[in-house]
Design a protein around this ligand. Structure first.
Ligand code: PLP
Length: 386
């Protein structure tokens, strides 16, 4: 069984589970439970119910008519994850995992968060399902993101500042894993992106695949055919893998992930093990994960999901970078032309679509995954533009 589960956690040479034995035991059990409930009709029905009644799915695939005109090339469609409850795609995964936690009898949910967005999505789901919620957050990050800490507390969560190490996301991950090993009997670790040891990347993809399940149906309804390209930003890779999932076996559809040029894990990373799994990682001269920086906090991660690493190496997907200036420009252009203020993360995808458009023709179609709304970033952009 263990061997089989391990194989299932690989994408080419990437993925797997490189953790101490006591943690492996917990993960193997989680994996077993995930596969058991994933296809359970009642579980699926309950997930559909909450995605519809609480998250607000399905969300639209909006034809961006003015943007299409302005760019003068292919038709641009926007998949509107920004319209979900809490304003981003992260809630899809949080609801999915919490329903699984409930089935597994967990009473306590733990999570780690960097900028706070995953913490807020988790705290939201916990409030909804009456679960105790502990969010680990680097002490430095709790200072920089004080408002998100307050948001999580409003939702009933306990935010634990982590002072170890540099007091950043990595240290919060370590703390959360420690907690899991100590308390696995009643505790569920709700991971926020398509990263980490097996089964997390597979599980997060499963819950985010609803994005492309919908967009594929929607584009066929609207245009009678598949898109020519799907563009999404990549931090850990969850919105992108969700936006790609149902097109991976459609070779006519180009899949393009976009990263900040200051955190180019896929464009410049090398195979290495980080946080218990193998992926493309940005390393410094000493072979340590490089300190990255992004104006979009959600993209500030030196690794990337294992499936993206494989899609890159196998050539099925392409990955590109954009600069901060291009992102800021795209942030403003989408706001002005379509009346949609995108998250800074999502603005990376918009910025790249703008470069892609002139290379394509008017009878082609690009779907841009709008992973979240930009209200959270307005103040930061105001400071940057001043
Ligand atoms: C967290 C976040 C991201 C990056 O995470 P992925 O796992 O790469 O999707 C992108 N966009 C928004 C709006 C986010 O909140």
């Amino acid at each position: 069984m263990d061997q089989q589960l391990k194989q299932e956690g690989y994408f080419g040479e990437f993925g797997g589970s490189f953790v101490p034995p006591e943690l492996q035991e917990v993960l193997s059990y989680l994996s077993e439970q995930f596969y058991k409930f994933r296809d359970d009709p009642e579980f699926k029905e309950e997930l559909r119910y909450y995605l519809s009644e609480y998250v607000g799915r399905e969300n639209p695939l909006t034809y961006a008519e003015r943007l299409t005109k302005a760019w003068g090339g292919p038709k641009i469609y926007l998949k509107r994850e920004d319209l979900n409850h809490t304003g981003a795609h992260k809630i899809n995964n949080a609801i999915g995992q919490i329903l699984l936690a409930k089935r597994m009898g967990a009473k306590r949910i733990i999570a780690e968060t960097g900028a706070g967005q995953h913490g807020v999505a988790t705290a939201t789901a916990c409030a909804m399902f009456k679960m105790e919620c502990i969010i680990y957050m680097g002490a430095e990050d709790t200072r920089r993101q004080a408002l998100n800490v307050f948001r999580m507390e409003l939702l009933g969560a306990t935010v634990v500042p982590v002072h170890k190490g540099q007091g950043r996301l990595k240290d919060a991950v370590d703390e959360a894993l420690d907690d899991l090993v100590r308390n696995y009997k009643n505790t569920f670790y709700l991971l926020g992106s398509a990263v980490g040891p097996h089964p997390f990347p597979t599980m997060v993809k499963h819950f985010q695949a609803i994005i492309s399940e919908e967009s594929k149906r929607q584009i066929v309804e609207k245009e009678g055919r598949l898109p020519d390209a799907v563009v999404a930003c990549t931090g850990g890779g969850s919105n992108a893998i969700g936006a790609f999932a149902h097109y991976i076996d459609e070779p006519s559809v180009r899949l393009i992930g976009v990263e900040p040029d200051q955190a180019p894990s896929l464009t410049q990373g090398v195979p290495s093990i980080i946080h218990g799994f193998k992926c493309l990682v940005l390393l410094d001269e000493e072979g340590q994960p490089k300190k990255t920086y992004s104006i979009a906090a959600g993209l500030d991660y030196p690794g990337i999901g294992p499936e993206h690493s494989h899609l890159k190496v196998s050539g099925r997907a392409e990955y590109a970078t954009v600069t901060n200036e291009e992102v800021l420009e795209a942030f403003q252009e989408l706001s002005r032309t379509e009346g949609i203020i995108p998250a800074l993360e999502s603005a990376h995808a918009v910025a790249y679509a703008k470069q892609l458009a002139p290379t394509m023709s008017e009878d082609q179609i690009i779907i841009v995954n709008l992973s979240g709304r930009g209200d959270k970033d307005v103040e930061q952009v105001y400071q940057m533009l001043k």
